[in-house]
Design a protein around this ligand. Structure first.
Ligand SMILES: Cc1cc2nc3c(=O)[nH]c(=O)nc-3n(C[C@H](O)[C@H](O)[C@H](O)COP(=O)(O)OP(=O)(O)OC[C@H]3O[C@@H](n4cnc5c(N)ncnc54)[C@H](O)[C@@H]3O)c2cc1C
Length: 388
């Protein structure tokens, strides 16, 4: 098949990361094509749904540093488009006062001078009624945190990309990538050429990377996105200033449990477990394990007494995990004009604007704005357990 069109850059995958990368490239006057295998919008990857949490509360300083600028970039997109994408609610972080994880969250917030409120056991129930704080648990609120309107954000950034002259082709699955000075990208509809390619394929990243001779230690898990009904409507409502929350670890489980106030679905609070069961992204619905829901039911019954401890709605989403849960933001080791954004490990949405900027910089051969060493591919090569 002959090459149909030539671009400066082709971005593969129109989730949050690919969409922001394409937008940044178009802002830099690059002729850019964004390819997506499904008809947009769709619910089969990792970026769909109405909401995500945005926060500066992290265990590691480098994420908190990136979030400083990222908040500004979200606000800039809101100004450019006149669309509201963020609502401040605060994030209540809870966890065993003596645990390393909880202390890392608290220290990072305080060290980086993020506005916070530390809640003592005495004033916890006054500020956060209808939540049980376990014996020995501490509580700190990241005031800057809130909710991002996820579906709306995707529509908005894709629309801006198109306004800047960018081309989106959905229902066009990439079937092959041929590296070279001009990278050839084959799809179900034809072959395109580009000076550089960015792969932001979420759970399908390794499928695409296989065409370039690279495999990353990525694990795809299915997440049951659970919504829990308020016994009395609006008890945990955003309008009543109920915050987002995150439990670092608890009686029920070692991974985080996190929640968002009732907002998008009236009377329903979104609470999820930060881990799921391994799945093939094309066979997602065949994974029927409910052990994460069992953990959540026990947690809800123990700590959120004004919720019905049976999920009213269960939706599906996927995480693409790296062994250390840090992202992959790097150039392909053998083909420098192929850039990879992958392994967002269930916490990448909030970083969309800054990931887009960084992947754009890498694809233009520029020095990235942040130290990318935590995100380099070579970290896996040093760890035999996660060999490439
Ligand atoms: C339940 C849940 C809750 C979350 N909560 C938060 C949160 O509160 N805060 C936060 O910051 N993050 C959160 N995340 C994580 C965040 O949503 C993800 O990190 C982010 O959406 C990953 O985006 P992505 O663009 O890498 O992947 P995706 O959204 O999966 O996008 C990849 C795209 O590539 C396309 N594609 C794949 N292969 C091909 C091909 N061959 N040809 C063409 N297109 C292709 C796919 O169809 C897909 O559209 C959550 C995730 C889930 C699942």
């Amino acid at each position: 098949m002959s090459t149909k069109e030539e671009y400066d850059c082709i971005v593969i995958g129109a989730g949050v990361q690919g969409s922001f990368t394409a937008y940044q490239l178009a802002k830099n006057n690059k002729k850019t094509l964004l390819l997506e295998q499904f008809v947009l919008p769709h619910t089969r990857g990792s970026s769909h749904g109405q909401t995500r949490i945005i926060r500066k509360a992290y265990e590691q300083d480098f994420y908190t540093h990136m979030m400083e600028e990222c908040y500004q970039l979200w606000a800039q997109l809101e100004r450019e488009t006149g669309v509201k994408l963020y609502r401040q609610t605060g994030l209540l972080v809870m966890g065993p006062e003596k645990s390393e994880n909880y202390q890392m969250f608290k220290n990072t917030l305080q060290k980086n001078k993020v506005p916070t409120v530390v809640l003592s056991r005495d004033n916890f129930s006054q500020h956060i009624p209808h939540v049980t704080l376990a014996e020995g648990d501490g509580a700190v609120v990241d005031i800057t945190a809130g909710v991002l309107y996820a579906d709306r954000a995707l529509r908005t950034v894709q629309g801006q990309f198109q306004k800047l002259g960018g081309v989106i082709r959905d229902k066009e699955k990439v079937t092959d990538i041929k590296p070279g000075p001009t990278v050839k990208v084959s799809t179900s509809a034809g072959v395109y050429g580009a000076k550089s390619v960015v792969i932001t394929a979420g759970p399908w990243a390794n499928r695409l990377l296989a065409h370039t001779g690279l495999q990353l230690p990525l694990e795809v898990v299915k997440i049951n996105v659970c919504y829990w009904k308020e016994k009395v409507p609006d008890t945990y409502n955003v309008k009543k200033r109920f915050p987002c929350f995150l439990l670092t670890e608890g009686e029920e489980a070692n991974e985080h449990i996190y929640g968002l106030p009732s907002n998008e679905y009236p009377g329903l609070v979104k609470i999820c477990y930060h881990m799921g069961s391994v799945t093939d992204p094309d066979q997602r619905d065949k994974q029927t394990d409910r052990s994460d829901i069992d953990i959540l039911q026990r947690y809800v019954a123990r700590c959120l007494p004004k919720l019905d401890p049976e999920p009213a709605v269960v939706e599906t989403c996927m995480y693409t995990l790296t062994p250390d849960r840090h992202f992959v933001l790097d150039c392909h080791p053998a083909h420098r004009n192929i850039v990879i954004g992958a392994g967002f490990s269930g916490h990448g949405f909030k970083f969309g604007p800054i990931i887009g900027k960084l992947l754009c910089e890498l694809s233009l051969g520029e020095v990235p704005s942040y130290d990318l060493s935590p995100f380099r591919i070579r970290r896996f090569q040093a760890n035999p357990k996660s060999a490439l």
